[in-house]
Design a protein around this ligand. Structure first.
Ligand code: SAH
Length: 220
């Protein structure tokens, strides 16, 4: 496919999958209209880059559906200069969208091969400033905390308090919570009285595997 074909598919995605479905933060719509989603996929998968679906990226993982990436970015209230932790780097695409919004982005991935590939692709796409860490993101990145927002692209069994505690006051944790196959996207705002939780839409993400997530084989 030609660059221009990707650009027109990207415009159609922003209009049909995002704006028409209620994403109304113009900065998020603009960032989604700029970041080349195809650049975070293997060559053979690129023609599918703008499909309205998650896309397999190997190791049993997926690049999230464009709508979910936009919804999470909107919910996290990302602004230039804010420090964001993106848990579950995967392809690197969501980290690129957060970086495009002007944030200082830390991203953490447990599978080293995915982290390495994402680092290369972020650099090639012009987002070399994203700092990709390898490790258990359910524990956050304490050495870089506190964060203005933490976004999690994998489902947790319950609100991950370790992540919540790495937020500034007023900071937002955006995370899918629920069972393995059905969850709701929740937004927890750090406040002196404890987490103020807003529920958002039903969703389905791959599991957060780790100390504060699901055990690899468990059914919590
Ligand atoms: N934001 C990604 C979505 C990747 S899917 C994208 O745009 O492509 C979720 C990712 O979370 C997977 O790559 C998975 O390996 C990773 N993951 C799951 N549990 C994790 C954990 N505890 N720490 C870090 N990464 C984790």
């Amino acid at each position: 496919m030609l660059e221009s074909d990707f650009a027109s598919e990207r415009r159609a995605m922003v209009a049909g999958q995002l704006r028409d479905r209620g994403i109304d933060d113009e900065r998020v719509l603009a960032a989604m209209g700029r970041v080349p989603r195809e650049a975070f996929l293997d060559e053979g998968d690129r023609p599918r880059a703008y499909e309205d679906a998650p896309i397999a990226i190997g190791f049993g993982q997926t690049m999230s559906q464009p709508f979910m990436v936009a919804l999470i970015a909107q919910a996290a209230d990302v602004r230039p200069g804010r420090k964001i932790l993106d848990v579950g780097t995967g392809s690197g695409y969501a980290a690129a969208v957060l970086a495009d919004l002007g944030a200082e982005v830390h991203s953490i991935e447990r599978i080293p091969e995915l982290a390495e590939r994402a680092t290369d692709r972020l650099g090639a796409a012009g987002y070399a400033g994203v700092r990709v860490h390898v490790g258990d993101g359910s524990l956050g990145v304490p050495e870089a905390a506190p964060f203005d927002a933490i976004t999690v692209a994998a489902a947790a069994p319950r609100l991950p308090l370790t992540l919540y505690e790495q937020l500034v006051l007023g900071g937002r944790l955006v995370v899918p919570i629920g069972r393995r196959h059905t969850q709701r996207l929740e937004i927890a705002i750090r406040s002196p009285e404890g987490p103020a939780v807003l529920h958002s839409v039903p969703c389905r993400f791959v599991p957060l595997v780790g100390e504060r997530g699901y055990r690899r084989s468990g059914r919590r």
